[in-house]
Design a protein around this ligand. Structure first.
Ligand code: ACO
Length: 428
């Protein structure tokens, strides 16, 4: 492969370096472009722009491949745990027994929230959106850990905030939920694993502990594994963008929560359930809904379909689809929304509109049905996504600082008015 690409414009040309990734992805390195030519590139939505090189996650959207640190998502989904996957994403290798035990221990020790945080939860109205609460409380967490507001990527100044955030995000989520339903906070149990503890903090009552079925605990762990990282998506890019100003890890992940919240990104998992519930409750025929989703004059979209990177089946959706059946069977429930989802998927996959645009189910299409089955309220779905994504955001923040990247500061092509003189108020 050539190691230079030539760009010509108005009779002059520049040779640009070509960067080839370990999976033969080819990138033209334009870092010299503006200095040498005065020109910039224009790529709204960044669909053609690599913002960094990264060792963390590999996606081949055409083939439907997702790997964390080289390990296929299918193998991790089958054999790993969320704690082991989080370690892998953060530190680049599968932990040995001691490393895993130490990591799990660090996470366990950080499971509590400072009691002073209680008053902050009480300040939110009952109907506060949980993603707003989560984002705010991650920043507030930094107020209780001011000695950790650094850009360290090694040693306790990194491992401590990383463990704190990964652990406490669960308690923040559960505490926010319980405050919103007027119930007292349930302290964590040291005998439970990561996912089991979250379910306990969400659902246990003072005199009746919630004991999740192993299938339910495993399903939640699997959900978290599938969400642990996904390279330079909107929220991860936000975490890197905020981190590039040397803001703390706490404020970078808090901003990531804000980006994830939107219905075109992580918020789609709530929207899928709202869409399926609407179809079910209003007796809409799936065929009619698909027609609306295809109609450019209608605001409807087939939520949970389409992806910027995947142009075939999102492998995470395939894994979740398989898991949904198992969980519903273990819980002995049937969900009419699942039948509607199957029907929509079947129709969409045989329609020219979706085939021509390579629109396949993404991770959010089946995840909502899984979370609903295990009792998670719809407005908490995206919070669960954020809990799962924390290792990926932290790993990207760390990698960015290890590479000493410059502050993120895109340019623009100005298309506004050219210079004009100020007109005093009475003369306009
Ligand atoms: N339903 C109907 N049509 C769609 C859908 C959909 N879900 N998604 C894309 N299209 C159409 C677009 O209208 C466009 O059609 P056109 O070429 O005739 O104008 C074409 O497919 C390409 O879509 P874009 O919106 O340009 O693709 P983009 O890469 O910018 O957006 C996105 C990707 C945001 C995921 C989009 O597919 C979408 O809105 N999907 C629904 C929301 C969703 O499920 N988001 C979760 C994504 S996964 C995640 O973030 C975890």
């Amino acid at each position: 492969m050539a190691d230079k690409a030539t760009l010509s414009y108005e009779g002059s040309s520049i040779d640009l370096d070509v960067v080839i990734g370990s999976e033969n992805e080819v990138g033209i390195d334009i870092t010299r472009l503006r200095g040498a030519t005065g020109m910039i590139t224009l790529d709204p939505g960044y669909a053609n722009t690599g913002s960094c090189t990264s060792d963390i996650t590999f996606i081949d959207g055409e083939k439907g491949i997702l790997r964390y640190r080289g390990y296929p998502i299918e193998e991790l989904a089958e054999k790993s745990s969320f704690m082991e996957t989080a370690f892998l994403v953060l530190y680049g290798h599968l932990p040995n027994e001691k490393e895993l035990a130490d990591f799990e221990n660090d996470i366990s020790e950080e499971a509590y929230l400072h009691y002073g945080m209680k008053s902050h939860f009480e300040g939110f109205p009952d109907n506060a959106p949980p993603m707003a609460v989560l984002s705010a409380m991650l920043n507030i967490l930094s107020c209780y850990n001011t000695e950790l507001l650094t850009t360290a990527t090694e040693g306790p100044k990194f491992t401590e905030p990383a463990a704190k955030i990964i652990s406490k995000v669960r308690a923040i989520a559960a505490w926010a939920y319980r405050t919103s339903i007027g119930k007292p906070f349930m302290p964590p149990r040291p005998d439970l694993g990561y996912s089991g503890n979250f379910l306990h903090m969400m659902f246990s009552q003072q005199f009746k502990l919630y004991e999740p079925l192993p299938e339910v605990e495993r399903a939640l762990d699997l959900f978290l594994i599938l969400h642990a990282d996904h390279e330079q998506n909107c929220s991860t890019s936000t975490v890197r963008m905020v981190g590039s100003s040397h803001a703390s890890l706490f404020s970078a992940v808090s901003a990531g929560v804000g980006a994830l919240w939107g219905p075109l990104h992580g918020g789609a998992n709530c929207e899928v359930i709202r869409m399926l519930t609407g179809i079910h409750e209003h007796g809409i025929k799936p065929r009619d809904f698909v027609e609306k989703a295809k109609d450019k004059n209608s605001p409807e979209k087939l939520m949970g379909f389409g992806h910027r990177v995947y142009k075939s089946f999102d492998p995470r959706a395939r894994i979740l689809k398989g898991q949904v059946d198992a969980v519903l069977k273990a819980l002995n429930i049937s969900d009419p929304l699942l039948d509607i989802a199957y029907e929509l998927e079947e129709m969409a996959r045989s329609e020219d509109y979706f085939i021509e645009r390579n629109l396949y189910p993404n991770v959010d299409f089946y995840s909502g049905i899984l979370l609903r089955a295990i009792g998670i309220p719809v407005n908490m779905f995206t919070v669960l996504f954020a809990i799962g994504r924390m290792p990926g955001w932290i790993a990207n923040w760390r990698e960015m600082h290890e590479q000493s990247l410059r502050i993120s500061r895109p340019r623009q092509i100005y298309t506004g008015a050219t210079k004009r003189s100020y007109i005093p108020l009475g003369e306009r």
